[in-house]
Design a binder for this molecule. Structure first.
Ligand SMILES: [Zn+2]
Length: 404
């Protein structure tokens, strides 16, 4: 298992930069492909640069998946830990009769490149079509050009690592092809570590609803204008923020509301005529993008009426929360407990994951303990935890065939 050191340094605390479709991201993908080929897997990739290694000819199709891209100056285990644990499990099982395994590297999971997350798995789910690639853009950078550059970098590094040829296809997996999809992922906080747990199994995945607001009021002299005669953008923004926080705190509501503010700078004796605000809400079932959109619209109307301030809303991205409490969920819990691991059941993931989109008859997600948070260079897991994750995958797969 010394090969895992090619992918990780268990001592470093320096940040990594594998932003989606960058040369570093593709170099890592080529390294993974090399390992997949050493394990005897056939490798394909698709139009959005999802990559898939396949092994076995069994009837039951199990997809193990995660992502290899990172946020700028991110941690080395986010995404990669799940992929490496999956390959460790494949290596240990040395083909399981009755199963076809697919290890999928999902493209562009992080929203840092295009303000939208999980592009690869959404593409597999049919939520993004090839024709949409040019429309997905940020700061003059579009998905089509990013994919073209990424593809050329991928081939450059495949050659460098002397990989065997890989095949291009429209979609690396078809709808209805995968029976069980499992995403192993590091936990993005340190709850499991603090609780002394070995594995956490997730029951629901939150989805983001991100929007920008512009509060347009007037500019006033702060001393001479009576407060009740003002159309004060800051007051309207504060009311909106508080209402969101209150709603987020209600039981059965959404998980969190986070606001990043930008107020136009003015002198101290003038009120700000305009406030710009970005909201990142994480919804859980039963919230949907439609329900959230109506809720925000009503709140805007009330505050406009109360303050006289004009509020403009612009939705940046949204997704659908997903409950993952089916067969895979139950099997993952059993797989972990049978290995004697201290298992946390029923976890909720505030962060979005490809498991919410990847097309499969049933999907699941489990967490590997992590210290130091995530999306930062301090992210750290123990080597033992990677081995544990591989054991869970192995037990899961073995049981999955026995039951058919
Ligand atoms: Zn991740």
């Amino acid at each position: 298992m010394n090969w895992i050191y090619k992918f990780f340094d268990f001592h470093t605390t320096s940040g990594i930069n594998r932003v989606a479709y960058s040369e570093d991201n593709m170099r890592f993908n080529a390294m993974m492909i090399k390992k997949m080929q050493e394990l005897g897997m056939d490798v394909t990739y698709d139009n959005i640069l999802n990559i898939c290694g396949t092994i076995g000819k069994g009837e039951k199709v199990i997809a193990l998946h995660s992502h290899s891209d990172s946020v700028p100056n991110g941690g080395q285990f986010d995404g990669m830990a799940g992929l490496v644990a999956s390959l460790m499990a494949i290596e240990q099982m040395n083909k399981l009769p009755g199963v076809t395994f697919k290890v999928i590297i999902n493209a562009c999971e992080e929203s840092s490149r295009f303000d939208q997350s999980c592009l690869g798995s959404k593409y597999l789910a049919g939520k993004i079509k090839s024709g949409d690639f040019q429309k997905i853009n940020k700061d003059g950078d579009d998905l089509k050009s990013a994919v073209n550059y990424g593809e050329s970098m991928l081939w450059k590094w495949l050659k460098q690592f002397e990989c065997k040829p890989i095949t291009k296809t429209n979609h690396v997996i078809g709808k209805g092809e995968v029976d069980y999809a499992v995403e192993p992922h590091i936990e993005q906080s340190d709850f499991l570590h603090r609780q002394g747990k070995d594995i956490g199994v997730v029951k629901s995945i939150a989805a983001p609803y991100r929007f920008r607001l512009k509060f347009q009021g007037d500019e006033y002299h702060t001393g001479s204008t009576p407060m009740d005669e003002r159309r004060d953008a800051s007051v309207a923004a504060a009311k909106f923020t508080l209402s969101m926080y209150e709603q987020a705190g209600l039981a059965g509501s959404f998980l969190s509301a986070t606001i990043s503010n930008g107020t136009q700078s003015v002198s101290m004796n003038k009120s700000a005529p305009e406030v710009l605000m970005k909201h990142d809400i994480r919804m859980l079932n039963p919230w949907t993008p439609e329900k959230m959109s109506n809720f925000v619209r009503e709140m805007i109307a009330t505050i406009e009426r109360d303050t006289g301030v004009k509020i403009e809303k612009n939705v940046l991205s949204t997704g659908t929360p997903r409950d993952v409490q089916g067969e895979v969920y139950k099997k993952l819990i059993r797989a972990s407990k049978n290995a004697g691991f201290k298992t946390e059941e029923g976890m909720v993931s505030g962060a979005g994951h490809d498991a919410a989109y990847i097309p499969a008859k049933d999907s699941g997600l489990f967490f590997i303990p992590n210290t130091g948070g995530s999306h930062n260079p301090k992210e750290m897991i123990e080597k033992k935890s990677l081995f544990n994750a591989a054991v869970v995958i192995k037990n899961f797969a073995t049981e999955a065939v026995k039951l058919t």
